[in-house]
Design a protein around this ligand. Structure first.
Ligand code: NIG
Ligand code: FE
Length: 393
């Protein structure tokens, strides 16, 4: 028996499809007076409201905007504790450094599996309420074989986009033997973690891992079947971005300190530049220059970097507002980067767009246009969210 259920969402003032062959022909493929038809977990039709086919159910958008669920391609949600004191000190003038990660490592190692999972599900629910329907997350606060593997095992119960970040920082017990830690990350730890992850990441930065260490770690990860992504050029200029391009990483993340050669390398590659303005906001750092990257033809994604140290926000709308206000992006570009851009950073074509065949992951705003995400910063505009065709908010 066929138990397919179809639903039309109609009377949409502005529908962002991210299909340039739809609607106004822009990268957003904006359709006015639009409708979307979903069947089970997938989108089956988009177009003008007046032409929508008959369906079992109907939802009236009452002149509001609909866009793809956000694809947050960079977060660190397997952690325990928080770093309120460190944030407070920073806001009184102390600089951010990679070393703060060790505070969260201690709290995470001490936490039970139940507490770690409860923390993860809390932030996933928080993100979903703000329109995020696909979310990547990483290990990186365990830094022992057992603690990294359990973080990834827990993450894999909640998302397909799981990243092994054993190379987040050298833990205190290896302070005198960083090479020994790299051997662990590329050996026993990798073996225990690879079955639970899709991606491998390295924090390539002064105070974390240098270019040679990062290359060795990412190469070992590739041999174990993981695909690279890189924390690159966040706090200073360095080899991260060019290494990401060299290894065909899906994404170079942060990209705050770039030379012209870095920008050229990204432009000539399929490595996405993922910008994480929550981190610059929360560390009072210089903004990444999105305009420079876009003008060079680089594909840009926008994500939260949600973590307890450098960017404790799960809100993609907040990041969109920052990117528009301070990084030279137009509202259209920022919305594209937070949806289709995030999907590109995860090498996905089934999310980040509202086109027939894609997952029915949709966000309905309490606003007539997606532009309101930047125009009305800090306002909770997400009114409803569908994930895989199910209304979840
Ligand atoms: O992306 N850069 C490295 N990792 C995180 C920060 C983690 C932390 O401070 O706990 C980031 O900003
Ligand atoms: Fe990060």
């Amino acid at each position: 028996m066929n138990s397919t259920v179809s639903t039309v969402i109609d009377n949409i003032a502005a529908l962002v499809t991210n299909d340039p062959s739809s609607g106004d022909g822009s990268p957003l493929g904006l359709v006015r007076d639009a409708a979307v038809v979903i069947e089970d977990a997938r989108v089956v039709w988009t177009g003008e409201s007046s032409k929508a086919p008959a369906t079992d159910n109907r939802v009236d958008a009452e002149g509001r905007a609909v866009l793809p669920g956000f694809v947050d391609s960079h977060s660190h949600l397997l952690f325990a504790g928080d770093r309120t004191e460190e944030f407070n000190a920073r806001m009184s003038g102390r600089p951010y450094s990679a070393g703060g990660i060790r505070t969260t490592v201690a709290a995470t190692r001490a936490a039970s599996d139940t507490d770690l999972e409860a923390n993860l599900t809390r932030y996933l629910a928080e993100a979903l309420r703000q329109g995020t329907t696909t979310l990547e997350t990483k290990s990186g606060y365990g830094l022992t074989t057992a603690d990294e593997a359990r973080a990834l095992r827990i993450a894999a119960r909640h998302t397909d986009e799981v990243t092994y970040l054993g190379a987040h920082v050298v833990p205190a017990e290896f302070a005198d033997d960083p090479a020994g830690y790299v051997s662990l990350v590329t050996g026993e730890m990798l073996g225990a973690c690879a079955p639970h992850a899709r991606w491998i990441d390295v924090f390539c930065e002064r105070g974390a891992f240098d270019g040679d260490q990062a290359r060795a770690i990412l190469t070992a990860g590739r041999q174990a079947g993981l695909h690279p992504r890189v924390h690159a050029n966040q706090l200073s200029h360095g080899p991260g971005v060019r290494l990401a391009v060299e290894l065909d990483a899906a994404s170079a993340d942060h990209c705050t300190h770039l030379t012209d050669a870095d920008v050229d390398a990204l432009a000539g590659s399929r490595t996405v530049a993922t910008l994480l303005p929550g981190a610059e906001f929360s560390t009072r750092a210089e903004w990444p220059d999105a305009r420079r990257l876009l003008d060079a033809g680089v594909t840009v994604a926008l994500s939260t970097d949600c973590n307890p140290g450098s960017s404790f926000t799960s809100s993609v709308p907040f990041c969109i507002a920052l990117a528009v206000r301070d990084m030279g992006m137009t509202p259209d570009e920022a919305v594209w980067s937070a949806t289709a851009g995030g999907a590109a950073a995860l090498r996905r074509t089934d999310v980040g767009r509202i086109t027939p065949g894609a997952y029915a992951d949709l966000t309905l705003l309490d606003a007539p246009s997606h532009v309101h995400l930047a125009y009305r910063p800090g306002v909770p505009l997400v009114r409803a969210v569908w994930r895989r065709g199910v209304r979840v908010v």
